[in-house]
Design a protein around this ligand. Structure first.
Ligand code: 2P0
Length: 322
C-alpha cells in the first residue's frame, strides 16, 4: 500500500502544443506555480497476480475511459517493475465543485508517486516528472512545489522532457474566480492538437513561448512584479488568440471571464499587485501578492457569473508514503 499527495499547478507560461502525442512531448517549455488549495490524494494497493484492477475516483468506480487511462499509466510502472500484479487505485480530488481546474496535473503526479512507491521503484523527482508527463503534460510540473519550468527536451524518447524547480524572489498567491457554466466543450488534448494543425498563428505562438520563458524566469529571479504581470497576461492572451484562430476556433471564455479580466486590470491600475491567467476553460486565476488575496477575493465574490472563489497559496511538491 502506498499513498501520494500532489497539488495542481497553474501556468504563467502556457503549454499548448505537442511534438509527440503518444509520449505527451511538448513543442515548447512552460512555467507554472503549484498551489496548495488544489490537492489530490491517491493510494495504491497491490492485489497479487491474477486479479482485476479496481479504480475509484472520489469514492466511486471510475467510468471506462478514466479507468483505461489510469490502467495504461499503471501498466508502464508494472512493466518497469516487471510485475503483473493487479492494483486497487483510490484517488480523491479536494477541489472546488466547479471543474476545469487542472485536475489532471495533480492526479497524474500523485498517481506516478503512489504507483512507483507501491511497486518499490525508487525514482528521482526528474524521473517521476517524466513518468507523470506520460499521463498528462502538465502533471510533470506538479512533482515540484513552487515555481517549476517544464523543459521541452530534444530526445525522441522524452527522457529529457521533465520539469525543474525555478528560483524566485517573488511570492505569489492565487485567487481563482470559478465561472458558472458547463464542463468545457473541447478538452485540452483535443484543443491543443486542433490548434497545432489548423491555426495560422501557431508558429508565432511557439516563438512567443520561447521568448517569454527566459523573460519570466528573469522577472522571478530579479523580483520584477510589473514585468511578470505583463509577460503572464500577454502569454495567456496569446495562447487563447492562437486557439481562437484554429478551425473551428476554440472559445473557452464566458461573459464573466471577460468581466474578471477587466476587474483584475482595474485593481492593478488602482495599486493592487495582481495579474490574470486563464487555462482551457472560463475560470480566471488572479495571481497576486499574498497580502492582496483577501481584497481580490471579496471583489470577485461580488461579480455576476462568478460561482465560487478560491484563494490558494504556493503549494508543496509531491509527498509519498510507502
Ligand atoms: C498549461 N494547459 O500549461 C496549459 C494551459 C491548459 C491551458 O496543460 O494532453 O491536461 O494531458 O498533456 O496537461 C492542460 O493540458 O494536457 C494544460 P495533456 P493537459 O497548464
Amino acid at each position: 500500500m502506498a499513498k501520494a499527495v500532489a497539488h495542481a499547478n497553474i501556468a504563467l507560461v502556457k503549454y499548448w502544443g505537442k511534438r509527440d502525442a503518444a509520449l505527451n512531448l511538448p513543442v515548447a517549455g512552460s512555467l507554472s506555480l503549484t498551489l496548495d488549495g488544489l490537492r489530490t490524494e491517491t493510494t495504491i494497493e497491490r492485489l497479487g497476480r491474477g486479479g482485476e484492477d479496481e479504480v475509484r475516483l472520489n469514492g466511486e468506480l471510475a467510468d471506462a475511459g478514466a479507468r483505461r487511462r489510469v490502467q495504461s499509466f499503471v501498466d508502464r510502472v508494472r512493466a518497469q517493475a516487471s510485475s503483473q500484479e493487479a492494483v486497487r487505485v483510490e484517488s480523491h480530488n479536494h477541489f472546488p465543485t466547479a471543474s476545469g481546474l487542472a485536475s489532471s496535473a495533480s492526479a497524474f503526479a500523485a498517481l506516478a508517486g503512489a504507483a512507483c512507491a507501491a511497486f518499490g521503484l525508487e525514482r528521482s523527482e526528474a524521473e517521476l516528472s517524466v513518468l507523470a508527463r506520460l499521463g498528462s503534460g502538465s502533471a510533470a510540473r506538479s512533482i515540484f512545489g513552487g515555481f517549476a519550468r517544464m523543459q521541452a527536451g530534444e530526445r525522441a524518447d522524452g527522457q529529457d522532457a521533465h520539469a525543474v524547480p525555478v528560483a524566485s524572489q517573488i511570492e505569489l498567491g492565487a485567487v481563482i474566480g470559478l465561472v458558472t457554466g458547463k464542463a468545457k466543450a473541447v478538452g485540452s488534448t483535443e484543443g491543443m492538437n486542433r490548434t497545432r494543425e489548423t491555426s495560422p498563428y501557431d508558429r508565432a505562438w511557439i516563438q512567443t513561448v520561447e521568448r517569454d520563458l527566459p523573460a519570466v524566469e528573469q522577472a522571478l529571479r530579479s523580483g520584477d512584479f510589473d514585468e511578470l504581470a505583463r509577460l503572464t497576461e500577454g502569454n495567456c492572451l496569446a495562447m487563447h488568440a492562437n486557439g481562437m484562430a484554429a478551425r473551428p476556433g476554440l472559445i473557452y471564455w464566458a461573459p464573466a471571464t471577460i468581466a474578471l479580466m477587466h476587474t483584475v486590470r482595474s485593481l492593478r491600475a488602482g495599486g493592487v499587485p495582481t495579474f490574470f491567467t486563464i487555462d482551457a476553460g472560463p475560470h480566471v486565476v488572479a495571481f497576486c501578492s499574498p497580502e492582496a488575496m483577501a481584497e481580490i477575493q471579496s471583489v470577485f465574490e461580488k461579480l455576476e457569473g462568478v460561482q465560487e472563489v478560491r484563494a490558494c497559496r504556493t503549494g508543496p511538491g509531491i509527498q509519498v508514503e510507502a
